[in-house]
Ligand binder design. Structure first.
Ligand code: NAI
Length: 362
């Protein structure tokens, strides 16, 4: 029931934007068997822009693929009518819809999973038990090795990094691509959408309104003090002051801790993250399909603070067929936001340098 109505909503949304220009989009999820990977794969199966879903994990991906592949949603593509006796899985009726092909790949089939992918989403790794930095060593190696495979097999794919610490893993992927001689900064994204989702949800609760009326830009990085919500730029947030403001900012910056504590050591956010990851992947796919004006915060190679040695930063980014189309500035900041930014920058710089150093030393 949920799957059908969600798919219908996504489908009608996509019809508004894409008509004849719809293209085929193969999406790979690396870490598809995990707490985020499984619901993310489910949500991507519902996205009509996805024509092929490639699910990879060192454990359990074929099972997730078999399960997800039974969902009766299609994708919206132009497919040629098949010749009689064709063995293709693509249904020829009618011209505009097709079955999504879902395949699962076990540990030794990473290259096959990546072949011909347009978008690769990476939620592979271990979730945090305490801070996002405590998992650096494990996740840095996982992300580095996956990035090396993407650079070799699918160097033009858009790479969406969920694995934490994002402030370091995005520089890691970028450095690996650079080493391989295939780096295009417009193709590599840190997924910070969960910070936006939380900011909008929490601000809506304080303002007593529907979250759909609330649009918050979150800039900086993706951990604690590096997360800078620009509440003064929203009609609901600009009047919040004093203790209420401090509390709200703290909840946005450390909202992940609420989930980690409530799960009592069993992991971090998975369901809200899958939602956020599917939303950001959907934004990328809409832009790849030619939709104009897709703007969202994401952590990318950025000139905004490069002079201070901080060459990755999250701000509003306009997405296009080639990935990053335009990086927006921060706009006007309140005095409090200027202070938050001051606290963000040195920590972010350290996180970025840690990622770069890891690749240099490996
Ligand atoms: P999980 O442990 O449930 O799942 C991780 C999956 O990655 C497992 O299925 C594991 O087998 C797989 N994996 C490990 N090494 C792999 C490799 N080399 N290749 C492919 N798959 C591999 O963890 P969960 O909760 O799904 O979290 C995943 C990552 O996402 C963590 O790093 C976590 O910190 C991060 N995260 C990021 C958020 C964000 O806002 N960007 C929010 C929440 C979590």
């Amino acid at each position: 029931m949920f799957a059908r109505s969600a798919a219908r909503a996504l489908k009608s949304q996509s019809r508004q934007f894409s008509s004849s220009a719809t293209r085929q989009s193969k999406v790979a999820v690396l870490g598809a068997g995990g707490g985020i990977g499984q619901p993310l794969s489910l949500l991507l199966k519902l996205n009509p822009h996805v024509t092929e879903l490639s699910l990879y994990d060192i454990r359990g991906a074929p099972g997730v693929a078999a399960d997800v592949s039974h969902i009766d949603t299609g994708s919206e593509v132009r497919v040629p009518r098949l010749r009689p006796h064709s063995t293709s899985h693509v249904h020829a009726h009618p011209h505009r819809t097709a079955l999504i092909q879902v395949r699962g790949y076990p540990a030794d089939k990473l290259d096959q999973a990546l072949e011909g992918t347009d978008v690769v989403v990476i939620p592979a790794g271990v979730p945090r038990k305490m801070t996002r930095d405590d998992l650096f060593n494990t996740n840095a190696s996982i992300v580095r090795d996956l990035a090396a495979a993407i650079a070799r097999v699918s160097p033009k794919a858009k790479v969406l990094v969920i694995s934490n610490p994002v402030n370091s893993t995005v520089p890691i992927v970028s450095a690996v691509f650079e080493k391989a001689g295939v780096y295009d900064p417009a193709h590599i994204f840190g997924v910070t959408t969960l910070d936006v989702v939380r900011a909008q949800r929490f601000l809506a609760a304080v303002a007593g309104t529907d979250p759909k009326n609330v649009k918050v830009t979150v800039v900086g990085g993706h951990s604690g003090a590096t997360i800078v919500p620009l509440l003064s730029q929203t009609p609901q947030g600009k009047s919040i002051t004093g203790e209420a403001y401090e509390k709200l900012v703290h909840r946005i910056q450390f909202g992940g801790d609420e989930v980690v504590q409530a799960k009592e050591g069993a992991g971090s956010a998975t369901l809200s993250m899958a939602y956020a990851g599917a939303r950001f992947t959907g934004d990328i796919l809409r832009a790849l399909n030619g939709e104009k004006g897709v703007v969202t915060p994401t952590f990318v190679k950025s000139p905004l603070f490069a002079e201070q040695g901080i060459d990755f930063f999250s701000s509003n980014v306009e997405l296009g067929p080639n990935g990053v189309e335009k990086i927006h500035g921060l706009g006007e900041l309140s005095e409090q936001e200027k202070k938050l930014l001051e606290a963000c920058l040195p920590e972010l710089k350290k996180n970025i340098e840690k990622g770069k150093k890891f690749v240099q030393q490996s």
